[in-house]
Design a protein around this ligand. Structure first.
Ligand SMILES: Cc1ncc(COP(=O)(O)O)c(C=O)c1O
Length: 463
C-alpha cells in the first residue's frame, strides 16, 4: 500500500481497482518505481503506479458489492464496517457535547502560520504540561509544538526532515508508514520484527540491541500500536526514553491512540512519552497526536508534533514546502477542545464505551475460533489469526472475501506487514493469516457483525 493510507471510507473517492493488494503478483521495486515503458498501457507515462492502502482497498472492494459509506450502516441488514480506522464520531454517554459549528473570523480567510496558530500551539503545550509534567522543571512551550493538517502530514513533514540515517520501524505497524518510509530517500528504513508468540513485546534490552547492532539513529512506532494494540507504557516507556537519550536515537512516537488504553486503572487513562522526558529541548523524543482519534474529530484535520525546539523548526520548515500549513478556523476551534477538563471528560467517555466494545469483540471473536495473540492494551482494533478456521476462511484474504458476502468489512493482516520499496516482494507475509477487526463502529453494529460472523463460520464448519 502506498498512497497516504486513507483509513476512512468517507475519503475514498475513486473506489475502483485493486492496486497495492499485497498478494498481487509482481510489483517488484523496479516495476513499482519506474515510469511506464513504451508500449505499456498508461496514458501519462511520467507517473509511477501508486498502490492503494489496505483500508482504501477493502472499502473499494466493498463498494463494488454495494457498500456506501455512512448509508444503511444503522439498518439491521446494513453493512458493518469493521475495517474502519476511525472511532464513532457521534455523542457518547457522558462525553462533552459534540461541536457542530465552527465560526470563520475575518482573518481566518488568510493563511495560518505553517507551524500553526500560536494560541493552539500554546494550548497543546499546556495540555501536555498539565496532563503529564506537573512539578517537572522542564516544561513544553508553544515553540515545542508544530500544528499540521492531519497525522499523516505531520509524519510526512518529519520524514522529510530526517537526515542520512538508519531508521528502525516495526513489523507489523500502521500501513501508511510503508510509502512514507520509501518516498524520502535520505534515510534507510530498517525493519524490526515483532513476534506474535512473544505478544509483540519489545523490551528495553531489545531496543538497546537493535539501536547498537543496526546503528539506528531513529525509531518510528505507533504506540499504542495499530494494528496489534500492544502498548509500551509506564516504567517500560520511561526506560525506552532513557535508552533513546543515552544512545542518541530519536524516538518518533505516533501516539494517535494514546487515550484508548486499557488496564491502567484510571477512569480517564492517557499515556505519553512526554511524561518521561527530562529536558524537553534535549531529549530525542518526538510525539505525534491530534484530534483524529483521541478527540474523535478525524474530519477536522488538526494534529500536532511535539518535541525539541530544533526539531519543531525543522518539521515546520518541511511544512513550508510540503503543505503550507493547516486550516485556520479549525485550528482556532481546536484550541477550545484542548483544556485538561474537556480532554479528561472526553477520555472518560471514550474509555467507558470502548472498554465495553473491546470486551464484546474479544468474546465474540474468540467464540468463533479467532486466535488472539494479545488482547489489545490500546487502540480500537483486535488483531487476530484466522488460521484455525475452516478452509476458505483460514487466511486473511479468504476471510475478508467471505465476510464481504455477509456485508462485513475487515482488513487482511498482510497490509500491516509494512514493506517500504517492496523490497521483500514475492514472499508470503508472516501475517497472511491475520485480520484486523475494528471496534470503532457503534456497539449495535458490532453485535450485528459478530452474529453474522458466527453464522458464517458455523455454516462452514458444518459444510
Ligand atoms: C497509527 C496512526 N497514526 C496516525 C494516524 C493519523 O491519521 P490522520 O492522517 O487521519 O490524522 C492514524 C490514522 O489512521 C493511525 O492509525
Amino acid at each position: 500500500m502506498t498512497d497516504v493510507e486513507r483509513e476512512h471510507p468517507e475519503e475514498t473517492g475513486d473506489l475502483q481497482g485493486d492496486e497495492g493488494r499485497p498478494s498481487d503478483p509482481g510489483a517488484p521495486a523496479e516495476r513499482e518505481h519506474r515510469p511506464a515503458q513504451r508500449g505499456e498501457e498508461r496514458a501519462v507515462h511520467a507517473f509511477r503506479k501508486v498502490p492503494r492502502t489496505g483500508v482504501i482497498y477493502v472499502t473499494a472492494e466493498a463498494a463494488r458489492l454495494g457498500f456506501k459509506p455512512g448509508v444503511d450502516e444503522g439498518a439491521a441488514d446494513g453493512w458493518c464496517n469493521l475495517g474502519q480506522g476511525q472511532p464513532e464520531t457521534g455523542p457518547l454517554p457522558g462525553a462533552p457535547e459534540r461541536c457542530s459549528a465552527v465560526p470563520i473570523a475575518g482573518d481566518d480567510q488568510e493563511y495560518a502560520p505553517v507551524a500553526g496558530l500560536w494560541e493552539l500551539r500554546e494550548a497543546v503545550a499546556s495540555l501536555y504540561n498539565r496532563a503529564y509534567r506537573r512539578g517537572m522543571p522542564s516544561r513544553y512551550t508553544a515553540e515545542n509544538v508544530a500544528v499540521s493538517g492531519g497525522g499523516r502530514i505531520a509524519l510526512t513533514r518529519a520524514a522529510a526532515a530526517l537526515g542520512q540515517i538508519n531508521l528502525g520501524h516495526f513489523l507489523p505497524d500502521y500501513t501508511a508508514y510503508e510509502e512514507l518510509l520509501d518516498v524520502f530517500r535520505l534515510f534507510s528504513p530498517i525493519p524490526i520484527l515483532l513476534e506474535g508468540e512473544r505478544g509483540y513485546s519489545f523490551s528495553v534490552g531489545d531496543l538497546r540491541r537493535e539501536i547498537l547492532g543496526r546503528g539506528l539513529s531513529a525509531i518510528l512506532a505507533s504506540n499504542p500500536c495499530n494494528p496489534t494494540g500492544k502498548h509500551v507504557r509506564g516504567e517500560e516507556l520511561a526506560a525506552w526514553v532513557r535508552t533513546a537519550k543515552e544512545l542518541d536515537c530519536a524516538l518518533l512516537l505516533d501516539e494517535f491512540y494514546s487515550h484508548y488504553v486499557y488496564g491502567m486503572g484510571d477512569v480517564a487513562p492517557m499515556e505519553s512519552a512526554a511524561r518521561y522526558v527530562e529536558e524537553v529541548d534535549r531529549d530525542p523524543v518526538v510525539i505525534f497526536d491530534g484530534l483524529t482519534k483521541n478527540w474523535r474529530y478525524p474530519g477536522w484535520r488538526v494534529t500536532w508534533t511535539l518535541g525539541p525546539r530544533e526539531v519543531i523548526e525543522a518539521v515546520a520548515s518541511a511544512g513550508s514546502f510540503l503543505d503550507g500549513g493547516g486550516s485556520k478556523p479549525m485550528q482556532r476551534a481546536a484550541a477550545e477542545l484542548l483544556t485538561i477538563e474537556h480532554t479528561r471528560a472526553e477520555t472518560t467517555a471514550i474509555h467507558r464505551a470502548f472498554s465495553r466494545k473491546r470486551e464484546l469483540m474479544l468474546a465474540g471473536l474468540r467464540k468463533i475460533g479467532v486466535t488472539i495473540d494479545v488482547a489489545p492494551e490500546g487502540t480500537f482494533y483486535v488483531w487476530g489469526s484466522v488460521a484455525e478456521l475452516p478452509p476458505g476462511l483460514s487466511d486473511g484474504h479468504g476471510f475478508f472475501r467471505a465476510a464481504l458476502g455477509e456485508r462485513i468489512i475487515v482488513v487482511p493482516g498482510e497490509f500491516f506487514d509494512v514493506n517500504p520499496g517492496k523490497r521483500r516482494a514475492g514472499r508470503p507475509s508472516r501475517f497472511r493469516h491475520h485480520v484486523r477487526f475494528s471496534f470503532g463502529p457503534s456497539e449495535d453494529v458490532l453485535v450485528r457483525a459478530l452474529g453474522r460472523l458466527e453464522r458464517m463460520v458455523g455454516e462452514r464448519r458444518r459444510a
